[in-house]
Design a protein around this ligand. Sequence first.
Ligand code: G16
Length: 543
Amino acid sequence: MTIHTVNTTTFAGQRPGTSGLRKKVSEFQQPAYLENFVQSIFNTLGDCAGQTLVLGGDGRYFNRHAIQVILRMAAAHGFARVLVGQGGILSTPALSCVVRKRAASGGIVLSASHNPGGPDGDFGIKYNIANGGPAPEKITEAIYGQTQVLSEYRISDAGDLDLDTLGRARIEQMDVEVIDPVADYAALMTDLFDFAAIKALFAGGFTMRFDGMHAVSGPYAHAILEGLLGAPRGTVINGTPLEDFGGHHPDPNPVNAAELVALMSAPDAPDFGAASDGDADRNMIVGRGIAVTPSDSLAIIAANAAVAPGYRGGIKGIARSMPTSTAPDRVAHALKVPCYETPTGWKYFGNLMDAGMVTLCGEESYGTGSDHIREKDGLWAVLFWLNLLAASGKSVDTLVREHWARFGRNYYSRHDYEAVESSAAEGLMAHLREQLPALADQVIDGYTVDFADDFVYKDPVDGSIASKQGVRIVMTDGSRIVFRLSGTGTEGATIRLYLERYERDVAMHDIPAQEALAGLATIADRLAGLHQRTGRDRPTVTT
Ligand code: G16
């Protein structure tokens, strides 16, 4: 085995987005594209000698190749040890768990999350730091800086490693351990939740469907739900990870998991339904005839945290991304704990969790989690709901309605306009920003604007500032219109419009969400020139 230094030239556009570098597979397949980015990570880390790295991905097309390349490069940079998931598999939450449990110096996650996979799909790579969470912006920007100046990368010419057999091997001086991707994570879940109560629930005939969407959550769900918790076989559907996710979009929302939502509306629907995304960090919760919004799910988890053994002592605080509804804020107020509002991106929660300021975090984009790790965690949310259903003996529908009756309902929807021409999307945002100073106190279609701004976040722990994080128009009754551009898309720009309206009156809690929000959607279109600028008369996806 020999270590080679290979000359290379830079690629434009290797700037990590909301969650790592996500591009089309064909872009990653260009010679040296992956190597340059990995070298840039290692250059940013500095001296890697003696460090332990955790490595794994969601099993999508190009995952295995990327793992072999990264192993050879890690060996060339003097890492002491790499822990790699068997088959190259580690869900994003499992990787975060392993980094923390094994006290590794960091990890590399290979995933484009909810984006489609396969040769024509997307691929992604992200660096996580020693707390198990996504690297903060100062590190991702440093990595980007390296991608723009590097001129060589270092790699061993060792052959491919057998990723499918558990055990130890060596590349150059580096130890490689192929680990069970499920074990550490499953053990953590048994510490947090009342497995005996959930087991009894299933033994009593409770029925559930978990849709793995042919992505990485399948092995975890099989082992935990059907294995440890005794749910009947067949509870987990689409549970075998496929390199192209079976040609589907592994994004758990009522549009992409329509099969599950239809099943949950049928006369013989199971008691509980759930789905997870490509890398198993997102979740969707569905009851008979009701899909729970992610914002409501976070609020309900917070209000009932004490049912789960891991949270019996209470929660320290909640954090939610700015576009997430304010439903969790109402719970935090009742619990007398703080609620922080952060920009979109799980990386912004890391400091708050590390500082012991929050226990629960969540985002409207089907992400929920806690300080047990530093990533959002799809199966964790599902297990929390199972624990709550077991402890309360109530249905999902009853739990949601009781929550609304107590706290009021935050009607909520997100409208996505995908693959819009980038200049049109930028123009729309600029047009909105120009109007912001004049909007306060204006009365628009019966709504009075309280304030309008472009969200700026000052991290209360390290004082770092993130600006231009989304345009928000907040009404005096708490209703909100939020616009931002997605940082995870790989084609043109995706405009996200988030709509929220608060309703205290229980008699008004049964309006279809789109109907309840139609007035705000009309105002949003008028202010942004959405339809005219995009040439679209409706969103690509409405959730
Ligand atoms: C990532 C981030 C999330 C973010 C989501 C959507 O999720 O980790 O924090 O909410 O993207 O981001 P955007 O609106 O910019 O597309 P994931 O599951 O894709 O890793």
